[in-house]
Design a protein around this ligand. Structure first.
Ligand SMILES: NC(=O)c1ccc[n+]([C@@H]2O[C@H](COP(=O)([O-])OP(=O)(O)OC[C@H]3O[C@@H](n4cnc5c(N)ncnc54)[C@H](O)[C@@H]3O)[C@@H](O)[C@H]2O)c1
Ligand SMILES: [Zn+2]
Length: 405
């Protein structure tokens, strides 16, 4: 696959684009709406009476009212969002609810990972309780993974659990964090260490919101998309390699829908089989044992986005698999070339700590059982498996020999 030239991709660079038009739809817009409605897709997360739909399509925020209305016994929604997303989509979401006769209140958190804290959780809970919410109320998380994780956790613990819906606005949230019911916040002891399983009642992934997402965040979300192909969807990975990724990263609407739908199907299938990660759900951590260690080494700073760390982690997981003789070298090369072509980091950064320090960070990750490192390794593209007994010495030797960027 040829290298995707970042300059040829339309995108707003590092600044969010201007908010989309909020003017009344013209006739032409109405026609487009009908078209996109027909093209909206639904993926079901099969979890019995906790099952729910993921709706995927352009313009879903504007159609949120009638989609959310059937979930309500009280016509009121408590909207949790962040400052960036509020500026871009807050009023449109409120208007869509109001058009369906739903009142809304909104709380706006600062944008960024720092909002996943006990302080902000406390603020949100005080606000919810101050609104006089009941068990029948509904919380809506409008934003990326940070808002989704915090709002979902607030909904899980307020009144011992009130229903919530996810309106994910980043690629990462649309393909990963909004689906599956893991919610939580960070602790000074580590990321996501305080949390609960709480499934949403509905996920509305408005793919048009990705138009305003900075290119770097699109890339970071893409790492999770590629991950699903590598876990158990080799045909999807081949499609991504042969132009799907380039089209998705360039903002092509059909490629977006297909990539997000397939990613949601892949995650939904794994979550339905193992909701609480007692087994197979751990496959979703492909690339994450290495990735989390690098994020921790970077102090969870802007130097490395979660998805960028996962991109490096995917390359390392395949590199280690090849070194252990489990996976053909050619497949490990394919993964590295694809990550590079997507414009993502594919090697240990120059600033990364040495092999011993990385191993120590991995041992701190919460995916540790009885002091043993669990790795997700692979026998090839789309053939990931859980390896519970990897010798730390082999990992140390592999990391010590890894080239640096
Ligand atoms: N619960 C899970 O299963 C799960 C899975 C993966 C990741 N996560 C969590 O997700 C978080 C990362 O999520 P994220 O990458 O979405 O980060 P994020 O929520 O911080 O969003 C990234 C940035 O994009 C901005 N933004 C959001 N939507 C936008 C839009 N449409 N246009 C312009 N700007 C927009 C946000 O304000 C923020 O500044 C991490 O905290 C991670 O732990 C959770
Ligand atoms: Zn991830």
């Amino acid at each position: 696959m040829s290298t995707l030239d970042p300059d040829t991709r339309p995108g707003p660079g590092d600044e969010p684009a201007a908010p989309p038009e909020t003017a009344a739809p013209s006739e032409a817009d109405t026609e487009t709406d009908t078209e996109t409605e027909a093209e909206a897709e639904t993926v079901r997360v099969e979890l019995g009476d906790r099952g729910y739909d993921i709706r995927i399509g352009a313009g879903l925020i504007d159609r949120a009212g009638p989609l959310i209305r059937p979930l309500l016994t009280v016509p009121h929604v408590a909207v949790i969002t962040d400052a960036t997303v509020a500026g871009l989509y807050g009023e449109r979401f409120d208007a869509a609810l109001a058009a369906a006769g739903i009142r809304s209140d909104r709380i706006t958190l600062p944008a960024g990972e720092e909002s996943k804290s006990l302080d902000h959780l406390g603020r949100v809970l005080d606000w919810l309780l101050g609104l006089g919410i009941e068990r029948a109320s509904l919380v809506a998380a409008l934003g990326g993974g940070v808002v989704g994780d915090l709002a979902g956790f607030a909904a899980a613990v307020a009144l011992r659990g009130i229903p919530f819906v996810q309106i994910p606005t980043t690629l990462l949230a649309q393909v990963d964090s909004a689906v599956g019911g893991k919610t939580g916040i960070n602790s000074p002891h580590g990321k996501n260490l305080i949390g609960a399983f709480h499934q949403p009642r509905l996920v509305l992934a408005d793919t048009a919101t990705l138009d305003s997402l900075p290119r770097r965040d699109v890339g970071a979300g893409y790492a999770e998309v590629a991950k699903y192909g590598l876990i158990d969807r080799p045909d999807f990975f081949a499609w991504l390699e042969s132009g799907g990724a380039a089209a998705l990263l360039a903002g092509d609407p059909a490629a977006r829908r297909r990539a997000i739908r397939t990613s949601c199907e892949a995650k939904a299938a794994i979550v339905a089989a193992d909701e609480r990660e007692s087994g197979q759900r751990a496959l979703l951590n492909l690339g994450h044992t290495f990735g989390h260690a690098l994020e921790a080494a970077a102090g969870y700073s802007d130097a490395l986005r979660h998805g960028e760390a996962v991109a490096i982690g995917l390359v390392l997981a395949y590199g280690l698999s090849a070194r252990l003789g489990l996976c053909p070298d050619a497949d490990a090369d394919r993964v590295r070339r694809h990550v590079e072509a997507a414009g993502l980091p594919a090697a240990l950064p120059a600033w990364a700590p040495d092999a011993d320090a990385l191993l120590a960070l991995m041992a701190k990750d919460k995916k540790v059982a009885g002091g043993r490192l669990t790795f997700i390794l692979a026998r090839g593209i789309g053939r990931a498996f859980i390896a519970r007994d990897v010798a730390p010495e082999a990992v140390r030797a592999f990391l010590a020999a890894c080239p640096r960027a």
